[in-house]
Design a protein around this ligand. Structure first.
Ligand SMILES: CC(C)(COP(=O)(O)OP(=O)(O)OC[C@H]1O[C@@H](n2cnc3c(N)ncnc32)[C@H](O)[C@@H]1OP(=O)(O)O)[C@@H](O)C(=O)NCCC(=O)NCCS
Length: 152
C-alpha cells in the first residue's frame, strides 16, 4: 500500500468549525484549489466571517488526524420557510472514495433538519461526475427549474 493511499479503517469524524486556527486555514489552502481554479482559498478574516455567521455552517471532515474535507451549509429564513443550500463540497484527492463526501452531506442534512429546513438544495455541474453520482445516491432528486446567474 503506498503512503498516499490511506486505508479505509477510520470512519470520518464530521464536526462544525466554530473557530479559525492555523490547521483550518491550511486545510482550505489545500482543499479549495481542488474545487475551484478561479477562486483563491479564503483568508483568515474570510473564514472568521463564515464561522461567525449562523447563516453559514462550516462542516469539516477529519480522517486519521487530518482535515480532509469540507462542506458549507447555508441556512436562511425567507417568507415561505427556512432555506438550506449545500455549497463548496470538497474532499482531498487522497481521501476520496471512502465515504467522506457522503458523511459530510449526511451531517449537513441532519443539521438542516434540526434547524427547521424541509428541503435542501444544491447545484452541481454535469462534468462533476463523482459529485453527481454521490448526490443521487444520497437521495437528492433533479428538480426542474431554471438556474440563472447575473455576473456583477
Ligand atoms: C465529489 C466529492 C466531494 C466526493 O467525495 P468522496 O469523499 O470521494 O465521496 P464518497 O466517497 O462518499 O463517494 C464518491 C463517489 O465517487 C467515487 N470516487 C470518487 N473519487 C474516487 C477515487 N479517487 N477513488 C475511488 N472512488 C472514487 C466513490 O466510490 C463514490 O462512488 P459511488 O457514488 O458510485 O459509490 C469529491 O470527489 C471531490 O471533492 N471532488 C472535487 C470537487 C467537487 O466536484 N465538489 C463537488 C462540487 S458540487
Amino acid at each position: 500500500m503506498s503512503i498516499d493511499q490511506p486505508t479505509a479503517s477510520a470512519p470520518p469524524e464530521i464536526f462544525e468549525a466554530v473557530e479559525v486556527n492555523d490547521e483550518l486555514i491550511a486545510a482550505f489552502q489545500q482543499l479549495i484549489p481542488q474545487l475551484s481554479s478561479s477562486n483563491p482559498p479564503p483568508s483568515e478574516d474570510e473564514l472568521n466571517n463564515i464561522v461567525a455567521s449562523n447563516a453559514s455552517r462550516l462542516l469539516m471532515a477529519r480522517v486519521d488526524g487530518q482535515l480532509v474535507g469540507s462542506l458549507t451549509l447555508v441556512l436562511f429564513r425567507i417568507p415561505t420557510g427556512v432555506r438550506a443550500w449545500i455549497e463548496d463540497v470538497v474532499v482531498d484527492d487522497v481521501a476520496r472514495g471512502r465515504g467522506v463526501g457522503a458523511a459530510l452531506n449526511n451531517a449537513a442534512l441532519d443539521l438542516a433538519r434540526s434547524e427547521g429546513a424541509t428541503t435542501v438544495d444544491l447545484t452541481s455541474r454535469p462534468s462533476r461526475e463523482a459529485a453527481n453520482r454521490l448526490y443521487k445516491r444520497l437521495g437528492f432528486e433533479m428538480r426542474e427549474t431554471n438556474v440563472y446567474r447575473f455576473k456583477i
